[in-house]
Design a protein around this ligand. Structure first.
Ligand code: AHR
Length: 324
């Protein structure tokens, strides 16, 4: 009986040791997430939770920084103090990163910039993963160029959060095309903070100030929904036989409205980025060289009935295949 008890005890101790060792092996990943401002953001957060699991060998701490740049810097410093194995930053603001990136480097922690970009030397971080926001803006501009085919247009822009690389890049790309079109007039460009409420408030203001306009460019789908609410309330028609709405993200709901002919052009920004980040981390852990930047590819879509050489015309199949 004693022998059996000793054997059971030994087995319990061995399995405890195994569990502890296994927990120690988990890579500690700190992710400072922008916030929860949009459907895109929620899909991106969920994607990180789905990918960075214990079963895959990770312990993920994801902090929602609620669009607060100072808080985001502080949370990164907390990760440094807690000696995380890898730090992933989705920067709320493009500027203001030099000091904290140097601190991460001095601590010897590999740092991955994800989704948005920082305006800092690439020597200050290990690698970056993300979409090309300037190319997204340019795609929207080129689609409008194709659609208007020389017609004049008065344009309103609802920007994403001021200072974010997503807003800066999309504006830059769109303006590059607009510069070739003296017949386009950008009446106003205002921050809608990437939220539905923000988009609605800006659009309500635009409607009062600009009784005549042809196009509304919204820097993400949620802003577009807010702009639509404002136009609905004011009795303004939009879509194939009304004002032209251009949006970014191409989320499931955004593409549903594109398929319905309400948003005429929707340029994708793919939030499913966690697997790419995980592969980069695994490569770094294995001592392999990684690219300084890994592009997350994306494409544009337009409403049915519109022929385009720039973007894909929406179909039921495209919508059915959309995961986010
Ligand atoms: O950084 C990606 C952008 O941020 C998405 O377009 C937007 O929806 C989000 O809030």
């Amino acid at each position: 009986m004693k022998k059996i008890l000793a054997l059971v005890l030994a087995l319990v101790m061995v399995s405890c040791l195994f569990v502890t060792a296994h927990a120690d092996e988990l890579l500690k990943i700190g992710y400072v997430q922008v916030g929860h401002e949009s459907d895109w953001r929620m899909a991106n957060t969920q994607n990180y939770y789905d990918v960075f699991t214990k079963e895959a060998g990770f312990e993920l701490e994801l902090i929602d920084c609620d669009n607060d740049h100072a808080r985001q810097l502080q949370e990164v410093r907390n990760f440094i103090t807690k000696d995380f194995d890898y730090i992933v930053i989705d920067p709320i603001q493009e500027a203001g990163w030099d000091d904290v990136l140097k601190e991460i480097q001095e601590a010897g922690i590999p740092c991955i910039i994800a989704d948005r970009a920082v305006a800092a030397s690439s020597d200050l971080y290990t690698t970056a993963v993300g979409t090309n926001m300037t190319a997204e803006g340019e795609t929207a501009g080129l689609w409008l160029e194709e659609y208007l085919a020389g017609k004049a247009a008065k344009i309103l822009v609802i920007e994403g959060s001021t200072g974010s690389s997503a807003a800066i890049g999309r504006a830059e790309g769109f303006n590059k095309v607009a510069a070739n079109h003296p017949e386009w007039e950008i009446l106003a460009s205002q921050d809608g903070d990437f939220t539905q409420n923000g988009g609605q408030a800006v659009m309500e203001d635009f409607i009062k100030r600009f009784p005549e306009f042809d196009v509304v460019v919204c820097h993400n789908d949620n802003e577009a929904y807010g702009a639509m609410d404002a136009m609905d309330a004011a009795g303004i028609k939009y879509g194939v036989d009304g004002k032209i709405i251009i949006s970014f993200d191409a989320t499931k709901e955004g593409l549903t409205r594109t398929l319905a002919g309400k948003i005429l052009c929707n340029v994708e920004c793919n939030p499913i980025q966690a697997v790419i980040v995980m592969n980069v981390i695994n490569a770094l852990k294995a001592g392999e060289q990684v690219e300084k930047f890994t592009l997350v590819p994306d494409e544009g879509f337009c409403a049915p009935g519109i022929e385009s050489a720039i973007v894909t015309t929406m179909t039921d199949e495209v919508l059915a295949a959309r995961k986010y």
